[in-house]
Design a protein around this ligand. Structure first.
Ligand SMILES: Cc1cc2nc3c(=O)[nH]c(=O)nc-3n(C[C@H](O)[C@H](O)[C@H](O)COP(=O)(O)O)c2cc1C
Length: 268
């Protein structure tokens, strides 16, 4: 337990009791993304187990407002990887799972029951997004338990038209993220997280202590700077918080609301 907490935070944020962590918790604490995959197929049964894991996630009101598109076709994966340009692991992994919020299925159920849909709303959008995100998280854990590796890919949302066309996404269905899935060739380093003192609030929210953020920055390796063309090159690399500020200074996917509207999701 000590070692796993130490790796997760880059320091020991509290003294755990003696003893070995339960196996399921060990797997969670030790998780990291995989970006190097072996050229080895994932069987239908293995994929089925990953999806069973995904579907074991909780779902808001049991509405189950998500769908997963399994993309095995090498040409389709290559097309997505090529559009994104910087993430060859999308083409290398034998399966690419596209996790989508899906408001369509239940709209159809409502229409068949002859009832109006009074919930084309931001709240429904949040619910579907939460369902899809939880499913992605549970798929990740199921994959890890089977010895597979995964890497979520939000960059699919930089190419919404392409993903809609490749996967025939109809009205009411929107991509949340992809998940590259396959057998790992190498394990990434564990990536240290913000200290729980910053993330866990007791009874009331409290702003983060800048000193705690600075201490966290010092525990993280220097990173490739984001947006060097806007904020300069940073040849020695960037601290985590500088990269956060760099990333947030440039609007990301400003057309998403309009795209959702075109996809029949009005966010009213
Ligand atoms: C919703 C989501 C989207 C992500 N999108 C990408 C992506 O487009 N490309 C990528 O290589 N990694 C992506 N990641 C992986 C994160 O970069 C990674 O989880 C983070 O750096 C922490 O590393 P760790 O998961 O190994 O602890 C994404 C993760 C999440 C949860």
């Amino acid at each position: 337990m000590r070692e796993l907490l130490q790796a997760r935070y880059g320091h020991l944020p509290f003294e755990p009791s003696e003893g070995r962590a339960p196996e399921a918790l060990r797997a969670i604490l030790d998780r990291r993304v995989t970006r190097r995959f072996a050229p080895r197929a994932v069987s239908a049964e293995t994929l089925g187990l990953v999806i069973a894991g995904a579907q074991s996630a909780p779902s808001k009101s049991d509405l189950q407002q998500y769908s997963v598109i399994a993309i095995r076709d090498a040409a389709t994966r290559a097309r997505i990887a090529q559009a994104i340009g910087t993430m060859p692991w999308i083409a290398d992994a034998p399966v690419f799972l596209l996790f989508c919020g899906d408001l369509r299925r239940n709209r159809q159920i409502g229409a068949r029951a002859g009832m109006p849909n009074a919930n084309d709303s931001v709240d429904s959008f949040i619910n579907a997004t939460a369902d899809a995100a939880l499913a992605l998280g549970f798929a990740t854990m199921a994959a890890d338990a089977l010895g597979l590796g995964t890497c979520p890919i939000s960059y699919v949302r930089n190419h919404l038209d392409l993903l809609r066309d490749l996967c025939a996404l109809p009205a009411g269905v929107f991509p949340l993220a992809g998940l590259a899935l396959g057998w790992p060739l190498a394990r990434n380093e564990s990536s240290a997280r913000l200290p729980p003192s910053v993330v866990l609030h007791h009874e009331r929210h409290a702003d983060a202590d800048p000193a705690a953020i600075a201490a966290y920055d010092a525990r993280r390796p220097l990173m490739k700077p984001r947006y060097p063309e806007v904020h300069g090159p940073a040849p020695d690399g960037c601290r985590w918080s500088e990269n956060v500020a760099r990333q947030l200074s440039v609007p990301e996917r400003p057309g998403t609301r309009e795209w959702l509207r075109g996809q029949g999701i009005a966010l009213g």
